[in-house]
Design a protein around this ligand. Sequence first.
Ligand code: FES
Length: 355
Amino acid sequence: MRFHPLRVREVERLTDDSVAVAFEVPPELYDTFRHVPGQHVTLRREVDGTEVRRTYSVCSPAVPAPAEPVLRVGIRLVEGGAFSTHAVKGLSAGDTVDVMPPTGRFTLRPRPGRFAAVVGGSGITPVLSIAATLLAEEPDARFCLIRTDRTAASAMFLEEVAELKDRHPDRFHLVHTLSREERQAGLPTGRLDAERLADLLPALLPVPEVDGWFLCGPHGLVREAERALAALGVPAAAVHQEIFHVDDASPAAEKRNAARTAPGGSKLTATLDGRMGVWPVGEGETLLETVLRNRSDAPYACKGGVCGTCRVRLVSGEVSMDRNFALEPEEVSAGYVLACQSRPVTEAVEVDFDA
Ligand code: FES
């Protein structure tokens, strides 16, 4: 998977601190950029002489072939975030941005059933694509969206969500809570924690009949929603999650895992884009750092264990992962690890970026 330079078609301001950026996709790349609802893309651009990358979820509904895919992402300004600052303040139509094809497993292909989402802040972005595609393509599907924002003015995609409600009044149910502002009617102000959600959800929908739950947003909210669903007896297999920000870096795990590395050092064999390389792993290095020293085309974005762009299959050897907010338990049991978070424990480790 590699980056493709795409022209920005439109930058639309959503709130004071967020924009939606739409790209032009040339016909020869239609299939490459056709996303499954819920997926994200990694963007790369040079800002002030430095290469910056970030992943952003596609907010537009998936369009079936052969039409041009609509590639539109939601970007919220993150304090100190080089890419988001550039996108929100400096990006305009006609600019070129390097874009990697859509990836990610926080997805829902339209099918009959009842689905629900709990999202916070910019977590609405992938869920908007999921709900809009599902409701447009599957007449026997229903969607309940519970969203929470700090204030109404800070809520992204208000219009798009309202439109979904107008278009599918019987099959789309919206509950919008605000954590720092009174609403004239509806739910009281305050944070959505596990206890509140465990009370709220059964009042909104028949929880045992929900075929799939989608939790997306800041780490705290996703964990609280996960706890609430577990308390309500929802099986973990029915819960999909995507975390957008993780503030609590875990230096302890990093140190512990760095200390576990093989005493004489390790050798890493990696296959990337069909080519194999063998390199010594530098002291304390992650697999991604080793590969990047030798191959600049290794895929990554957040380097923080959140986006999943650096996913590799462990072919042999053992590694320890500092943290993982991106891989589902089934992927971990199938042998996938995050290259940006993994350090070798054995003398020889082999991974495959293409698997
Ligand atoms: S680069 Fe994002 S999880 Fe590794």
